[in-house]
Design a protein around this ligand. Sequence first.
Ligand code: SF4
Ligand code: SF4
Length: 208
Amino acid sequence: MGSVKDYFSSLGSGIASLIKGMQVTGKEFVTPKITEKYPENRETVHVPDRFRAILTLKYDQEGRHKCIACGMCERSCPNGTIKIVSKMVDTPDGKKKKKLDNYRYDLGSCTFCQLCVTNCPTSAIEFSNDFEQAVFTRDKLVKKLNYLPEKEEPAPSPEELARIQAEREAKIAAAKAAAAAKKAAAAEAKAVDAAEEGKNPKSETPQG
Ligand code: SF4
Ligand code: SF4
């Protein structure tokens, strides 16, 4: 008989506890929020400009960036967050130029120390304060910062092409002149040696 009484006693105290908990929850539910209103205020929330949320490549209005793929940011990063992949392209003047192919940045391992930004010689990168970067898997934190299609270099004007051609021909002519001068100097030295040998023929050692 006692166990039945204990059972109902426990049941009653459990229900009372539940009601008390629901009262606290209900009270908090209708109490105006006084701390953080995010995400309700997503449109108006103030994030300081200097807040470092994610590394970005700066693009100008024409969709060009200033990264020269020097790799300084990659070497400055203390934990291998950045990986720069470059490629070689031909320029109108017939030279080779290194260009950025893939700027890989792993937000998941970035410590926001900003050493990469500080050491960039062309100010090509900066930190954005776009703090909403939550994703469900870590691999989504690996970003390609040069996400816009590569812009074609503006075609050189006819005057520029003529100047490049003239410079190239002048270099070739100078190289040919230098080679000819070197060849002539060598021939002259050879002739002088031959003349010297003609004046002083080698004496033969008498045989015993
Ligand atoms: S902020 Fe620091 S950790 Fe992050 S990518 Fe730049 S150098 Fe690496
Ligand atoms: S972002 Fe700056 S430091 Fe990094 S590769 Fe490009 S130019 Fe070099």
